[in-house]
Design a protein around this ligand. Structure first.
Ligand code: NAP
Length: 250
């Protein structure tokens, strides 16, 4: 187990991130489970992994805070001594609003957590994994959203724009480090049944949206995790700069 590859999942305590952590462990990764506030949820993910014979630990850190990001990667270095993968999963929505109703504070928080946080985490990962920095390679998967394509009018255009930035960042970074052993891809989830909808004030959103989805249902966190673990794996060795829709046809 000590030679097992190491994966850091931001926002690994709940929802899609938790499903990624659990599947990664089942596939042999040691897992660093980042969370922002819900230590009990992060501890539960770690306990489940350990009960299954895997290795994991929880790291508190706000990806909207540059100092927290540096400390988080240092904690992974101290605990596991290597890094082979990063999933930029932590992300937020906000209450439904038109653009002309949004405060500057709301927009800056959205961009700081969803965009700046992912860029800074990817930079830390590249410093550890890229052959240019003496690393042995690795993979990054960014969690985008179908909102990047749809635009989410009258709901959260700021969120949609933050995810479009993730798409472009994925393509650019992938090309930048393509000869350095680091692959960079993204997954665009559609409507997935997690607590994020309640955090934006729409607890029934996944159920309510089902009729507008070609497959007539919301997806599960586990269905997103399957796509992420594929992109992290050797089976995806020639895939970089790709953005995979996992959205039931939406
Ligand atoms: P969720 O259920 O609300 O979970 C969010 C996770 O992110 C939690 O682990 C939370 O930690 C963590 N987090 C939130 N803010 C953070 C911060 N500033 N720093 C570090 N961690 C933070 O969300 P989800 O539905 O699983 O969404 C995960 C990702 O998928 C997001 O990027 C989201 O935009 C994207 N996505 C989701 C959907 C969907 O329908 N669910 C669709 C498209 C894209 P705590 O537990 O400590 O709060």
């Amino acid at each position: 187990m000590t030679d097992a590859p190491v994966l850091l999942v931001t926002g690994g305590s709940r929802g899609i991130g938790a499903a990624i952590c659990l599947l990664a462990s089942a596939k042999g990764w040691r897992v660093a489970v980042n969370y922002a506030a819900n230590q009990a949820a992060a501890d539960a993910v770690v306990s489940t992994i350990e009960a299954g014979g895997g290795a994991a630990f929880a790291i508190k850190g706000d990806v909207g805070n540059a100092g927290d990001i540096v400390a988080m990667f240092q904690a992974v270095d101290d605990r596991f001594g290597r890094l082979d993968g990063l999933v930029n999963n932590a992300g937020i929505v906000d209450a439904p609003a038109r653009v002309d109703e949004m405060s500057v504070e709301r927009i800056e928080r959205m961009m700081r957590i969803n965009v700046t946080g992912s860029v800074l985490c990817a930079a830390e990962a590249v410093r550890r994994m890229s052959s240019r920095h003496g690393g042995t390679g690795g993979a990054i998967v960014n969690i985008s959203s179908m909102a990047a394509i749809i635009g989410s009018p009258s709901q959260y255009v700021d969120y949609a724009a933050s995810k479009a930035a993730i798409d472009t960042f994925t393509i650019g970074l992938a090309r930048e480090v393509a000869t350095e052993g680091v692959r960079v891809n993204a997954v665009r989830p559609g409507v997935i049944a997690t607590e994020i909808h309640a955090s934006g004030g729409l607890p029934d959103r996944a159920r309510d949206m089902a009729p507008s989805i070609p497959m007539q249902r919301a997806g599960t966190a586990e269905e997103i995790a399957d796509a992420v673990l594929y992109l992290l794996s050797q089976e995806a060795s020639y895939i970089t700069g790709s953005i995979l829709n996992v959205s039931g046809g939406r």
